[in-house]
Design a protein around this ligand. Structure first.
Ligand code: C2E
Ligand code: MG
Ligand code: MG
Ligand code: MG
Length: 292
């Protein structure tokens, strides 16, 4: 959908691409696709990291790795623009594998086990659907040396709905490895509650579309929904994170509702590694379990 907003034109004889805000045309997409095809090899893909914090005490619980594409002409391209193309072309498979490795490697470089932090990685439905997905995760952990309990895989409701049997067996195997599983964007899909019934998620991430209405005139209804989602998660032994927290009032409200963790611009934006590193707390003695 985001793609239609960009018109890509090839200028003259050189290789400069212009992205213009306009209706899509046939061919535009192919140019973006072609650029994306080499992006991994040209090392244009980057991970930024956004902190997830305990709502009480404000301590860092971990980071979520969020992909960006450093396009040579366009600058930093957000995932909403190119992940759909990567999925349609199945380029998401090598890209997703790279994300997993890089995020795990970063967690080791940042001493997550010693600091008791967790690294959250978004997983595309296409990746998760692969029969050997669990092997890929195992290989990433092995190659980087990250203990499984410091990895959290974020999956979405739409994903899980494709093939529930496979989702169930993958979640079971991943949990046996010690990896944590989070349901991302909760509240926006179609079948959330049956998902929670059939899959033993460790974490629930409430979609940020709810968060801003905590402080608008829709506040009474949204507060009731938030409260119900938080209690639901906690009843099912899940840690609950609310996304998209942008101001103190939202944070205070979520604290009163008993929310565990928050993520949002109020506490930290997604940051390149050098900046995210500044948010790390002092290292604790080795072997502490991650803060959930
Ligand atoms: P998500 O996993 O739900 O990630 C949260 C998104 O909310 C991020 O957008 C983040 O920048 C944004 N966000 C965080 N706090 C705030 C806030 O306070 N206010 C607002 N307005 N936004 C906030 P981003 O980085 O553009 O990523 C968008 C989506 O792209 C992600 O949603 C995720 O579904 C997908 N994505 C990102 N990285 C990857 C990846 O490595 N692989 C896959 N398959 N998908 C990815
Ligand atoms: Mg996510
Ligand atoms: Mg989300
Ligand atoms: Mg999202």
């Amino acid at each position: 959908a985001d793609l239609a907003m960009y018109r890509v034109k090839r200028s003259g004889g050189n290789q400069v691409l212009h992205f213009e805000s306009a209706m899509g045309e046939p061919g535009d997409r192919q140019l973006l696709e072609r650029d994306l095809r080499g992006a991994l090899d040209r090392q244009e893909l980057r991970l930024h990291y956004q902190g997830r914090y305990a709502v009480r005490g404000g301590t860092l619980a971990g980071f979520e790795a969020l992909i960006r594409w450093q396009h040579p002409e366009r600058g930093l391209v957000p995932p909403g623009t190119f992940i759909p193309v990567a999925e349609d072309t199945r380029m998401i498979l090598p890209i997703g594998e790279w994300v997993l490795r890089e995020a795990c490697a970063q967690a080791v470089r940042w001493a997550f086990p010693q600091r008791g932090l967790g690294m959250s990685v978004n997983v595309s439905p296409l990746q998760f659907d692969l029969p050997h997905f669990v092997d890929t995760v195992r290989a990433a952990l092995h190659a980087t040396g990250l203990p499984a309990r410091h990895l959290i895989l974020e999956i979405t409701e739409s994903l899980v709905m494709r093939d529930l049997d496979r989702a169930q067996s993958h979640v079971t195997e991943l949990k046996a490895l010690g990896v944590q599983i989070a349901m991302d964007d909760f509240g926006t899909g179609y079948s959330s509650l049956s998902m929670l019934e059939s899959l033993p998620f460790d974490q629930l991430k409430v979609d940020r579309s709810f968060t801003r209405h905590l402080t608008t005139d829709r506040q009474p209804r949204v507060t009731a929904l938030m409260s119900a989602m938080i209690q639901l998660a906690q009843t099912l032994n899940m840690t609950v994170t609310v996304e998209g927290v942008e101001d103190d009032a939202q944070r205070d409200r979520l604290r009163d509702l008993g929310c565990d963790h928050i993520q949002g611009f109020l506490l930290a934006r997604p940051l390149p590694p050098e900046a995210a590193e500044q948010l790390l707390p002092a290292a604790a003695p080795a072997g502490d379990p991650p803060t959930r």
